[in-house]
Design a protein around this ligand. Sequence first.
Ligand code: UDP
Ligand code: MG
Length: 309
Amino acid sequence: MKVSFVIPVLNEEDSLKTLYEEILENVIGWEYEFIFVDDGSTDKSLCIMKEIAEKDLNVKVISFRKNFGKSAALHVGFKEAKGDIVFTLDADLQDNPKEIPKFVEQINAGYDLVTGWKEKRLDPITKTLPSKLFNFVTSKTFKLALHDYNCGFKAYKKEVVNEIDVYGEMHRYIPALAKAKGFKIKEISVEHRSRKFGKSKYGFERYLRGYLDLLTVKLVTDYSRSPLYLFGGIGTILSLIGLAISLYLFIMRVLHLTYLSNRPILFFAVLLVVVGVQFISIGLIGELLVNQNRLHNKYTNISIKKRIN
Ligand code: UDP
Ligand code: MG
């Protein structure tokens, strides 16, 4: 069995060596490879990774010209990974590599994606509280109850990595993307350590972007095959409400019970109909795009096939 470790790195010079050694202690007996993805570090991280790679041929270093974000780093790392099991870990030593065998155990038990849960999270409350809300909303949205979507410590079967595509800041929703492709997911509690070196790369702004990504992921997971169900559904409801109000006003007018000039709700009715029709049109354009894609792309076949060894 071969395991890959995909590690996104942004300015983690003090942790890298220890991280490498700690991981090695936990892969005894397996074939392994490291894929360090330097996401535009401005400290000595790249230098240190290169040093490690010089001594160990199983270590690969990929370097970005500038900071493109963790999702981009994972995307490129996943493309490169050759292992049967692919691990992702944060480079800041907050994830403890001694948990690696627990992940492997679950993969061997038949799960496709095993994701960590920082049950006793050692981060400031400004992080843990919004994170609780994030996980609650995300669990409800994707109907997949997890305590910790965004844990950096995860293990994937190779085919999961091949099938999912992360961009933007979508790494937070990887379990949702995997679930949408029919993969089996398991969450396990892992030890979390406080950050000893460097500082967190994320502040509060992550939640704004996270919210926008939630919309994207929901769209691509649930509606990418039939966007009209979403847009046409909303549009039809809005239009029907608008039409109902218009009809009511029309009848009142015909019966001489009211003048339309003193019924401001008329504007609201017209607005609903116009916006509703726009929604339906967006859905139809979406359908055309999906249809085009289907002609040019074999994805409908590939992404739903299960590999049978
Ligand atoms: N990271 C990255 N690119 C970024 C931000 C972060 O590669 O733009 C890496 C970072 O070096 C670390 C991991 O992603 O290995 C998680 O980042 P961090 O520890 O800052 O997140 P937190 O633990 O605070 O959620
Ligand atoms: Mg961290």
